[in-house]
Design a protein around this ligand. Structure first.
Ligand code: 6K6
Length: 137
């Protein structure tokens, strides 16, 4: 599958190592992850030299091109929220939102009844990986 992985960048990088573990898991399973940079440890200091307009255009192109979106939504991020809305309502893609247990997730995600949206709360990485496998099946 061609996967768009979404995770917080300017919203905060507290869970970057989780993003990296999830992206590694997806790639080991043979999938293509279009957005590997979201999981990069180097991003803390270096966001690259693309303008915001170029970033937006590239990410919209990838959202249109992917098969599914997997979003780690524990750290609140305007960009990730926007991507989820775009994927569901404009690009018509299935979206899995992964969230650590005991997170007070936004009502705009929790309350969205869209049939292509699944939200899974996880305890640990193994739990998150099982949620991904169930979503893909
Ligand atoms: C270059 C190399 C790594 O990062 C960059 C420049 N920044 C971004 N590049 C690509 N996608 C981005 C960048 N900043 C935000 N996004 C998209 O928005 C990602 O797909 C994330 O899922 C989401 C994060 O949004 P914020 O609001 O937390 O930044």
């Amino acid at each position: 599958m061609i996967i768009y992985f979404a995770g917080s960048i300017r919203g905060g990088r507290d869970l970057q190592t989780h993003y990296a573990a999830l992206v590694t898991h997806l790639k080991h399973a043979g999938h293509v992850v279009l957005t590997e940079h979201v999981a990069s440890g180097a991003l803390e200091t270096d966001e690259g030299d693309q303008s915001d307009a170029e970033i937006y255009a590239q990410d919209i192109e990838w959202l249109d091109a992917c098969d599914i979106v997997i979003a780690e939504v524990t750290v609140p991020s305007l960009g990730v929220g926007y991507e989820i809305g775009y994927a569901l309502h404009q690009a018509h893609k299935p979206v899995l939102c992964l969230c650590q247990q005991n997170t007070n997730l936004s009502a705009m995600i929790m309350g969205n009844p869209h049939p292509n949206l699944q939200i899974r709360f996880y305890r640990d990485m193994a739990d998150a990986q099982r949620a991904i496998e169930r979503f893909m099946n």
